[in-house]
Design a protein around this ligand. Structure first.
Ligand code: GDP
Length: 335
């Protein structure tokens, strides 16, 4: 479906190296795919430009995958679940890419999310592609790179893209902002659901999964009814979709097929109502605005006059010699 109709239609500015990346990705080869993502993740200015040119050429071939966001606290069973789900989907004849958003990867210098050793069988499967979280200085940077990598994976013909994130901080919102369906993994113990509500995570979930149901099935059922009750208090994101709560065991591979049926139901229902495409359009626009915001911020900070005046004005604000609004207006005036 995503195969190139005509490679000659590619942007003429592409040089030989970039062109071979584009052709390799479209031919569904994993090496050019990995190299393109490395280019996207690079901090070098010349690499950034090349990455954008390659992305632009790939863009007409994107959009064909189901984008599935998976979140949950460390230990809930994300990698066990993603491996089981990935292998199940491959059995159904689909190709699966796993990406990750982990802002802490910049601190630790690496990420345990999307780590190949955590998904050993899946990582060895030729129908799978697993990429750990990029390390970048901010969550915005990590999310932007993951989102662009997702588009490259789509151009490479992957049918399902799983984007993994941890259940801490704001990374869930970032992943929900790029996924078609956002799934929250929970443990079968009480109190966990309340935590999720407090953090506002349950509000953005389209599907909730209680994992490790094999340990104590009765506890899992209790958790399920508690979460369902809690969900009643929240306003549904879509009038056509009541957030389902599933129980499963990633370890025993029990409930994986039901999970996927629910995901495809979601897609069918929201496609019929027009919400599926509307959500993607909205996400793309929101992403553009985020890039504009961060671009303006970095241009502002690197503006020579701003750099020159900022220290003195900041001191004046601290000392009460001028007001924050006067200082801000003056600095913004340089843009
Ligand atoms: P992650 O940190 O969220 O990626 O969690 P892992 O997938 O690494 O799982 C953490 C631990 O829970 C591992 O020891 C898994 O074997 C175990 N685990 C994961 N899913 C299940 C499950 O469905 N049932 C049981 N009993 N253990 C599980």
């Amino acid at each position: 479906m995503n195969m190139p109709e005509s490679l000659s239609a590619l942007s003429p500015e592409l040089d030989a190296a970039d062109r071979s990346l584009v052709e390799g990705v479209l031919a569904r080869q994993l090496r050019p795919l990995a190299k393109t993502i490395t280019l996207i993740e690079s901090q070098r200015e010349d690499h950034k430009l090349r990455a954008q040119r390659v992305l632009e050429a790939l863009l007409p071939h994107t959009g064909g995958a189901m984008r599935v966001g998976i979140s949950g606290v460390p230990g809930v069973g994300k990698s066990t679940f993603i491996e089981a789900l990935g292998l199940y989907l491959i059995e159904q004849g689909l190709r699966v890419a796993v990406l990750a958003v982990d802002p802490s990867s910049s601190v630790t210098g690496g990420s345990i999310l999307g780590d190949k050793t955590r998904m050993e069988l899946l990582s060895q499967n030729p129908a799978a592609f697993i990429r750990p979280s990029p390390s970048a200085c901010s969550l915005g940077g990590v999310a932007e790179k993951t989102r662009e990598s997702m588009l490259v994976c789509e151009a490479a013909g992957f049918d399902v893209i799983i984007i993994e994130t941890v259940g801490v901080g704001q990374s869930e919102t970032a992943v929900a902002g790029m996924a078609d369906i956002f799934c929250l993994l929970q443990l079968p113990n009480a109190g966990d659901d309340l935590q999720a509500i407090k953090k506002g995570i349950m509000e953005i979930a389209d599907l909730i999964v209680i994992n490790k149901a094999d340990i104590d099935p009765a506890a899992a059922m209790r958790a399920k009814s508690q979460i369902k009750t809690a969900l009643h208090m929240l306003r549904p994101a879509s009038p056509n979709w009541t957030v389902p709560v599933l129980t499963l065991s990633a370890l025993k591979k029990d409930g994986i097929a039901e999970f996927w049926t629910t995901v495809t139901d979601y897609r069918r229902v929201l496609t019929a109502s027009g919400e599926f495409d509307a959500k993607r359009r909205h996400q793309a626009l929101a992403w553009m605005w985020e890039l504009i915001d961060s671009g303006l911020r970095s241009r502002f900070r690197s503006h020579p006059q701003v750099k020159q005046e900022l220290p003195a004005l900041a001191r004046a604000v601290e000392e009460g010699a001028t007001t924050p609004s006067i200082a801000a207006l003056r600095l913004l005036g340089h843009l």
